[in-house]
Design a protein around this ligand. Structure first.
Ligand SMILES: Cc1ncc(COP(=O)(O)O)c(C=O)c1O
Length: 397
């Protein structure tokens, strides 16, 4: 059958992260691999009540029925208020609910990319975004947010291929944990104007800031320049996966109305709409609990991040570097140049029952072999200290 598959499938490959998640169940393993929330922190009781309400006599007919592609209106209204809180003025018609923000990335790839078009992405960048865009057969070029590449250089590198968008996580990126500062965000808007391309901002971790002052989303900065969201080229993708629950698959996109209209058509063709009952439950839990639940997550994850950073200082040999994230779930570690993260993982699993993600998969050009990603979100402080101690032993060996 292989010869029947479309050419785009030749670029599809199994995700190392997904393969690794299979290891999480083994006894004794300490896993810093998956970038997933701690299930002990899910607002499970609030969801139990929300689902009970949705299935009660008043709401069940709606909850179990087909619904509109744009998404559950009360949830979109709640999101209008949430986005206002982070500096974006929009109305309900600027918002589309998606089945996780991963679906938004797929739709945006489908909307913008013809085969051979150029997508600018961080080097490294979120593997799920690379996989989503890859299906539309683009060329990837390295987005440099520090402004040391000008528009002419990007155009030259593209060699006539249209540059369609720049994709980035501006806050606590996956995998590096890095945040783009205000100057970097403004410079990116200048660049996008010069290149006449879209900016896709992935805000998956934005609510999980542990210290430092929040920086407005790129869409908010562009709105401040251009007056209305309708004049903006920035597109914001949000998610409830890291704050409330990833299993319910509820995310959202905020953009100018013509972009949302196109995305609605794509959604109608793909899955008609996201799960009605899940959207209703997420709405109720967001409305009732978001403002207390997320500060609790911040306190808990901040303590885990600090435990990991302290343990790294204590146990890492010379030549190993890492960055301090201001939020999110990841610490990005750079090993000495001649070391290989995948080999280190094989050794760590075998000799230390320790898992993490080798960094190379996050690079579109397969460089970065001497990097690894450590997630601190799903282990308590004692496990983190023990896991980093084991990593130190494996590295010294
Ligand atoms: C940067 C980033 N974007 C998007 C996603 C997808 O999240 P979801 O589809 O659950 O909203 C993830 C998941 O790990 C992520 O790390």
């Amino acid at each position: 059958m292989d010869q029947l598959y479309a050419t785009r499938t030749s670029r599809m490959k199994a995700s190392e992260i997904r393969e690794l998640l299979k290891l999480l169940g083994q006894p004794g393993i300490i896993s810093f691999a998956g970038g997933i929330p701690d299930p002990a922190l899910f607002p499970a009781e609030a969801f139990a009540n929300a689902f009970q309400n949705a299935l009660g006599p008043d709401q069940q007919a709606q909850a179990l029925q087909y619904s509109v592609s744009e998404g559950y209106a009360p949830l979109r209204e709640w999101l209008v208020g949430y986005m206002r809180g982070v500096g974006v003025e929009c109305d309900i018609d600027n918002i589309l609910i998606t089945s996780g923000s991963q679906q938004a990335l797929d739709y945006l790839g489908k909307l913008f990319l013809s085969p051979g078009d150029t997508a600018l992405v961080g080097w490294p960048t979120y593997l799920g975004a690379l996989n989503a865009f890859d299906a539309y057969e683009p060329r990837f070029d390295q987005l440099s947010v520090n402004g040391n590449r000008g528009a002419a250089e990007y155009r030259h590198a593209a060699g006539g291929s249209p540059i369609k968008f720049a994709y980035l996580s501006a806050d606590f990126a996956n995998p590096t944990g890095e945040t783009v500062d205000l100057r970097g965000r403004e410079a990116l808007l200048d660049l996008a104007d010069e290149l006449d391309c879209a900016v896709i901002e992935d805000g998956a971790y934005q609510a999980l800031r542990y210290d430092g002052d929040p920086i407005p989303p790129i869409l908010a900065l562009e709105q401040a320049r251009k007056g209305s969201i309708e004049n903006c080229r920035a597109i914001y993708c949000g998610s409830f996966s890291k704050t409330l629950s990833p299993g319910l698959r509820v995310g959202w996109v905020v953009a100018a109305k013509p972009v949302i209209s196109q995305l609605v058509l794509l959604k109608q063709a793909a899955d008609l709409h996201s799960s009605t009952i899940n959207q209703m439950a997420v709405y109720q839990v967001a409305r009732d609990c978001f403002d207390t639940h997320v500060p609790m997550l911040r306190r808990t994850y901040a303590a885990r991040r600090d435990a990991m950073l302290e343990a790294l200082s204590q146990h890492m040999p010379d030549g190993v570097d890492w960055a301090r994230p201001e939020g999110g779930m990841f610490v990005w570690v750079t090993l000495p140049r001649d070391m290989n993260g995948a080999d280190l993982l094989a050794q760590a699993l075998e000799t230390a029952k320790l898992a993490f993600v080798p960094g190379q998969a996050f690079y579109p050009d397969d460089t970065g072999a001497n990097t690894i990603r450590l997630s601190f979100s799903n282990s308590d402080e004692d496990m983190i200290r023990e896991g980093i101690r084991r990593l130190g032993v494996v590295l010294r060996a």
